[in-house]
Ligand binder design. Structure first.
Ligand SMILES: *Cc1c(COP(=O)(O)O)cnc(C)c1O
Length: 356
């Protein structure tokens, strides 16, 4: 019996994507975003493979500490900063850079006795209305932070609609950004993956790619290969049974698929327990033995069924790939009505990650 589900991580592809990003970023430095377990690819091994990055970005203190515990010395930024004095102490002890996006975080800094010099990234909200100081609040935030010890100040904002290449929101945000930062000479960061690979001249001293590192495209109308990126994760498993299903019979929960002819159905060991979305419906492609075949019926917890009628090569043990080279995760995301970010982050704990 061959192996059941696992996520094979192509570290060569990771490094290739980092160099594609570098070429695209010009003179800007690259902060590799490895939050959410490196988008499902494994936090520490991914960061080790990306040792050439200028910095790492994470969402949570624990992620930053895990990178430090693994011996990573590069700068690490907490993209949402800290939320308590304890966290601030921990972050400072481990030399983590902090986003500062709320007056509450300025108070934490003001109240911390003998705080060492830190890199503070002030976040300006240019229209996403999620995190950051509104342009009208930014001057006061900057004044308060400058009044503190000699912290190193940098500025960032986040783009809301850069994945839609022609959405005027990006230009609107860039206009607000230029107005808010006019005359200031602090280092800046604006672009996430779609900001970096889109048409707008986003600029900034640092870029913050996440998805692009993992070899997926953030754009609906472009595949990763169009951007010079290679998929990093192959989610792969095996056929565990092949069934004959006569015409008129149904397959799976709810009988959602009906055989219109004498059919061969491959049962494949992967399901929502592994992180596949239940919204994968009839017809969603699966690479069985390297050839696309349509999903038949609903996703179960541990299994899916795939119509392999007419195929003589499919048997127990044949490889089945859910996404990877030849079956882009962004295409699979469209079948589930979601985005590649969500599919990658949803791969569950029980799926082993395997470097290749
Ligand atoms: C997650 C995140 C990124 C990375 O975004 P991608 O679209 O995956 O490139 C960049 N910046 C911030 C602040 C983030 O939270």
């Amino acid at each position: 019996m061959s192996r059941l589900i696992r996520a094979v991580i192509d570290t060569q592809a990771l490094r290739h994507n980092l160099s594609t990003i570098r070429a695209r970023a010009g003179s800007a430095r690259v902060m590799a975003v490895v939050k959410a377990n490196a988008y499902g690819h494994g936090l520490v091994p991914t960061a080790l493979a990306l040792a050439g990055a200028d910095a790492f970005g994470v969402a949570r203190l624990e992620e930053g500490l895990a990178l430090r515990a693994a011996g990573i010395k590069a700068p690490i930024m907490l993209l949402e900063g800290v939320f308590s004095a304890d966290q601030l102490g921990e972050a400072a002890r481990h030399n983590l850079e902090l986003a500062v996006h709320d007056p509450f975080q300025i108070e934490l800094l003001e109240n911390f006795p003998r705080l060492k010099r830190l890199v503070l990234w002030i976040k300006i909200d240019t229209g996403m209305n999620r995190l950051g100081f509104a342009p009208t609040e930014f001057a006061l935030a900057l004044t308060r932070l400058r009044a503190l010890a000699a912290h190193e100040i940098r500025l960032l904002t986040h783009l809301a609609c850069a994945d839609e290449r022609t959405n005027p929101m990006t230009q609107m945000q860039l206009t607000r950004w230029r107005e808010a930062t006019r005359g200031l000479s602090y280092p800046t960061s604006i672009a996430n993956s779609p900001g970096l690979f889109g048409d707008a001249q986003v600029g900034g001293d640092w870029v913050r790619p996440g998805l692009a590192l993992y070899g997926a495209s953030p754009f609906a109308d472009r595949l990763a290969s169009d951007l010079g990126l290679r998929p990093v994760m192959t989610l792969t498993t095996s056929v565990i049974a092949v069934r004959r299903v006569p015409p008129g019979e149904r397959v799976g929960y709810g009988g959602a698929w009906v055989a219109e002819r004498d059919s061969s159905i491959a049962i494949v060991a992967s399901g929502y327990g592994d992180g596949l979305p239940r919204s994968f419906g009839n017809g969603t492609p699966v690479l069985v033995g390297g050839v696309r075949a349509p999903l038949a019926g609903t996703v179960s917890m541990d299994m899916i069924a795939v119509d392999v009628t007419g195929r003589t090569d499919v048997r127990v043990g044949t490889e089945a790939v859910l996404w990877g080279p030849g079956l882009p995760v962004e295409e699979m995301a469209r079948h589930a009505g979601t985005i590649p970010y969500e599919l990658l982050c949803s791969v569950s704990q029980r799926v082993p990650l395997e470097p290749r």
